[in-house]
Design a binder for this molecule. Sequence first.
Ligand SMILES: Cc1ncc(COP(=O)(O)O)c(C=O)c1O
Length: 322
Amino acid sequence: MDHTRRVYNDVFEMLPGPENPSPLVRINAMSVPGATLYAKLEWMNPFGSVKDRAAWAMIRELERDGRLTQERGIVEPTSGNTGLSLAAMASARGYRSRMVVPNKVPLEKKVLLKIAGADLDVINDNLCPSPGMGDGSIGLAKTHARAQPDKYAMPNQYENEANARAHMETTGPELWRQSDGKISHLFVSLGTCGTATGCARFFRERNPDVKVVAVQPSEGHDVPGLRNKSELHVSALFDESLLDEVMEIEHELAYTRALDLSRREGLLAGPSSGLIYEGARRYAERDPGAVPFGVMIFCDNIFKYVSNMIKHMPELAEGTTA
Ligand SMILES: Cc1ncc(COP(=O)(O)O)c(C=O)c1O
C-alpha cells in the first residue's frame, strides 16, 4: 500500500501500523527546559482515537474465529472510544453492534455511538465500566452475550489479549521507527491498560532502558476511559511489573492542560492527554536532562468533551448565543 499518496480502497487501509504511523509532534511552547517531549496524536486514526488499534485487533480475531456473521454482531461495555471504533468498523463490515455505556460518559460520545450505528444501553455505573459489578456495564454486556449467544459476541477489551497485542505490534514498533530507536521515555494513561502493557512488552524486548511511566488521575475524577490505581485490579491486562513508575495527578488538571495544549500548542487534545502532559512535565522537571526523547500517547482530541469542558469551565459557554 502506498501511504505517501494516501489513496485507499476502504477506511480500514487507513488504520495505523509501522508503515502508516500516527503522527509524532514535538511540544514547543509548553516544553520543559532540558527535555524533549513529543505527542503521538492518536486522534489522527480513522475512527478518532487510540482505540482503533485494539478494536481492529479484536474484530479481526473474532472474524478469524468465525464468531462474527450477518446474524451475530458485537456487544461491548465502553466509556466511548472503543465503542465508537467497534461500532463504526462493525457497521462498515455489515455487523450489528450494541454498546453498554455508563451514564456519566459525555453526551457527545453517546450520540456518536448512535451515529456510528450502535444500539445503546445507558446505565448507572462508574465512568469507566467496572468489571465484577453484576449490574454494571461489563455485567450487562456479559448478560447480553450469555443470554443471546446467536446475536452477540463480546470482544471484552478488559480481558482480551488482542488489545495489548495490538500495541505490541503497532504502537511500539511505530515509536521505535519514528524515534530512530532514540525513545527514552513513554508516558501513558491507564484504562484497560492495553496501551501500557502492550507498549511496555515491546520495549522490554527491544530496549529495556526505555522507561514506561503511567499517569493516573486522582480519585473522584471525571476523565472517561481512565482509571485510578485503586480501580485497576479489575483490568486483567494491568501488569505493574512492566511499569517504571505510576504518577498520580490532581484530576482537575486533565481539563486545564487540555485547554492549554489547544491554546498554546495548537494541539486540540482531550483530557486524558492533558493529564499525561502534566505527568510528563513534572517527571521531566524533576531531573533536567533526564528525558532526551519522551513520547506521550495523546489518546483522543477534545471534540468529544465539549460538554465536560463547559462543566469545568462554564465561561467557555459565555458569548455562544445571539
Ligand atoms: C481517552 C482515553 N484515554 C486513555 C485510555 C486508556 O487506554 P487503555 O485502555 O489502552 O489503557 C482510553 C481507553 O478507553 C481512552 O478512551
